[in-house]
Ligand binder design. Sequence first.
Ligand code: NAD
Ligand code: LMR
Length: 359
Amino acid sequence: MARALSFTAGQLFLRQQAMHVVCWRQIHRCMSQGSSRGGSPGKGGPKRKVAVLGAAGGIGQPLGLLMKLSPLVTDLALFDIAGTPGVACDLSHVNTQAKVEGFAGDGELGKALTGCDLVIIPAGVPRKPGMTRDDLFKINAGIVKNLCKAIAEHCPKALVNIISNPVNSTVPIAAEVFKQAGTYDKAKLFGVTTLDVVRARTFYAAKKGIPVEGVDLPVVGGHAGITILPLFSQATPKMDMTEKEIDTLTKRTQDGGTEVVQAKAGKGSATLSMAYAGALFAEACLKGLNGQKNVIECSYVESTITDIPFFSSKVRLGPKGIAEVLGLGKLTAYEKKALDDMAKELKASIRNGIEFVKK
Ligand code: NAD
Ligand code: LMR
């Protein structure tokens, strides 16, 4: 009996191990394909140093892990105000190529940033139930401003991916800091809105009963409430949708962050899905840097495709960052109205960010 039991346990263990392998293979495949469906150069590719600022946090830790798993990263710098030596030691035992180093406290920020090709910033406080992303401005604006000053000094040519909220203001803050430092290049600054795309794909696939792996659609505007606008009319594969379905899925995508904040009931906001989305976007940036063709993702960037100076839309990524900001395509009446409705709020958030640095 005991023998039979241990045999079953052994079988279970092997099965579990096999499932882990399948899962990791899927994660690797998803990350190297992303939505741009491209391959990755893997071993023998260029050296790429990536820094995560806020690396000991809820997003920072799983994002650090996903970057450690990325075949595109050769050096990974993990910076936070505290806790990063432990996170870095832990991650450094993972048998993938990226060399991991932890840096803690302002005194080590310069070392973390030196030589970076890509800096990802999830540093800052997350929402609690009842808060808006704008309520985070007071604390996070200053954090992003100081980190960007250090980027301007230590790695002015790096691509910068800003995750810290409110993204609608923190990206203009970063732009203004870089302008004041004389290092601003609009092709290198990105607000990460990939989580909105990830959510819209998931909700669309579930509603239409189709496999999510094949689904793509742009999400434009900004990253807060009504400024988030999924363009379901441009979703692929194209499925018939009623007006009610479009409205419901649009609102669910706009409220996706709040859905997680409420479910976590005071213990923060989206971290795991954000780490996944952040890694997808970071990998797209690295693919672009490495010269891979046709890498396209949505991102909140300096833009002239509307009269809103920072705006999220599809961008083509290239060896110097943004190669092209793509237009909105044909919009439905519902989408046009949503675009009009968001303009005032988005412009005000942008103004707040710029004024914060100027004053
Ligand atoms: P968290 O509190 O778990 O982690 C934040 C980390 O930032 C902490 O480890 C903290 O020590 C660190 N930090 C604070 N000040 C710092 C500084 N000056 N330098 C370096 N590190 C510093 O929070 P989280 O859940 O990881 O969320 C982080 C931010 O990301 C929040 O602002 C949140 O709203 C935002 N967020 C954005 C998106 C998006 O789609 N763009 C999605 C989810 C969360
Ligand atoms: C999200 O969309 O999940 C993030 O912006 C976090 C939040 O506060 O909603």
